[in-house]
Design a protein around this ligand. Structure first.
Ligand SMILES: Nc1ncnc2c1ncn2[C@@H]1O[C@H](COP(=O)(O)OP(=O)(O)OP(=O)(O)O)[C@@H](O)[C@H]1O
Ligand SMILES: [Mg+2]
Length: 387
């Protein structure tokens, strides 16, 4: 069929389109089918003709589309353009069916997904003269498909996180258990050991058992976090809770200077026990990573943003490389683990702190300079807005 010798065919309407289209095309799509766009592309002139439905797919009026292949290409989403062009070229070169799913840009910038198919037509001498095809709007299906894919990759990521968590937890649990087992074995096998050796073995066993106990309770906190457990909603007098936390660390802080700024009365809605845990985590870090004789300073402020707690220390600080990772589970900065210098820890404190703050609708951030010190800042919404 030579369209150049039958120009009237290109005065397009869907009936003449169907009449002039290939047999297969005609028998499959007689007349207008709602949502099914029909198109034909004259390979020598570059002219493109559409039926009414095809205009509808592009949200265009017939007089706004110049009817050329280049004008059509301009409607294709820039990220799909190269692929669409190469698919069309491949169909022409290899004389295959053209088939593709691509995005188009509607006049107001909206994106629509189309499924397109096309087939080559030849004249009597066998020369390819045009390509005719169909387009369908598959946006809804595609969006559902993409949402499903996104959900699937999210699930996969969560599973991977869970797997890593279990592996890391197992690794951390094994270390104190090995020490406890080793010491028990020693005590059993050498009943005649000196009282000093015996005490050393017992002290170490006790220390490791404590570490194990803390680790298990940290893991339980995180398991609660992962299962989406809701925290209590009680009225908490933050300054009182802070005083309780300070009382608890008194013993550990004997070799540091602990400074306390003014404690304005601040009411927060939340879980008293968890908020106390949060303060203890920050104090524990400040004490642990500040050498003896160092200074730890606590400040409590209140403004329209909420209650602000700051814990400053002049300890070892955190390097720029480590700082972005300190809230990750099991992450410990290199210098904290330096041989002979490790104050001990599992790298769970700050991830628990972050969960507690998040559950209270607040925010937490760490500022630090290596060798200079660290400041942890927590902001929590006020139970009642300031008047
Ligand atoms: N005040 C601080 N000064 C220096 N480094 C800190 C400070 N707070 C946290 N870090 C660094 O961040 C890492 C993560 O802290 P996090 O509290 O999560 O774990 P941890 O203290 O190592 O172990 P855990 O708290 O579970 O006993 C620490 O290992 C340490 O390297
Ligand atoms: Mg810690």
């Amino acid at each position: 069929m030579d369209i150049n010798s039958e120009p009237e065919v290109w005065h397009f309407d869907h009936i003449s389109f169907a009449r002039e289209a290939s047999f297969e095309f005609r028998s499959e799509f007689q007349g207008e089918i709602a949502g099914l766009g029909l198109w034909a592309w004259n390979l020598s002139s570059g002219e493109v003709v559409w039926n009414r439905e095809e205009y509808g797919l592009y949200n265009l009026e017939p007089d706004t589309f110049p009817g050329t292949r280049d004008a059509w290409l301009r409607l294709i989403h820039p990220q799909d353009l190269e692929r669409v062009q190469s698919r069309v070229l491949q169909a022409l070169q290899e004389e295959l069916q053209y088939e593709d799913v691509f995005r188009i840009l509607l006049p107001h910038g909206e994106v629509r997904w189309l499924m397109g198919r096309g087939t080559l037509e030849r004249d009597e001498s066998g020369r390819a003269v045009r390509m005719v095809g169909i387009n369908m709007n598959i946006t809804e299906r595609k969006e559902t498909e993409l949402a499903l894919l996104e959900q699937e990759s999210l699930m996969r990521e969560m599973l991977e996180q869970q797997r890593r968590f279990v592996a890391d937890a197992g690794h951390e649990l094994r270390a104190p258990l090995t020490t406890i087992q080793g010491n028990l074995e020693l005590l059993r096998r050498f009943p005649g050991m000196t009282p000093q050796d015996r005490n050393e073995a017992l002290d170490e066993t006790e220390l490791e058992a404590k570490r194990l106990g803390r680790l298990v309770s940290d893991l339980l906190s995180l398991a609660r976090a992962d299962s989406g457990n809701k925290l209590k909603q009680e009225e908490v007098f933050f300054e009182q809770m802070l005083e309780n936390a300070l009382f608890e660390v008194q013993e550990k802080a004997r070799e540091h200077t602990l400074e306390l700024g003014p404690l304005p009365s601040s009411r927060v809605r939340g879980d008293r026990e968890r908020l106390q845990q949060l303060v203890l985590i920050l104090l524990d870090n400040a004490l642990k990573y500040t050498p003896k004789g160092g200074r730890i300073c606590l400040e409590l402020k209140q403004d329209s943003d909420g209650v602000k707690l700051e814990v400053h220390d002049n300890g070892m600080g955190i390097s720029e490389k480590d700082l972005p990772h300190v809230f990750e589970r099991f992450y410990r900065a290199d210098q904290a683990r330096a041989r002979g210098n490790d104050p001990g820890g599992t790298g769970l404190g700050l991830s628990i702190a972050q969960w507690i703050v998040g559950q209270h609708g607040g925010s937490i951030a760490l500022e630090s300079e290596l060798g200079v010190g660290t400041t942890a800042r927590v902001t929590l919404p006020l139970a009642l807005p300031l008047t």
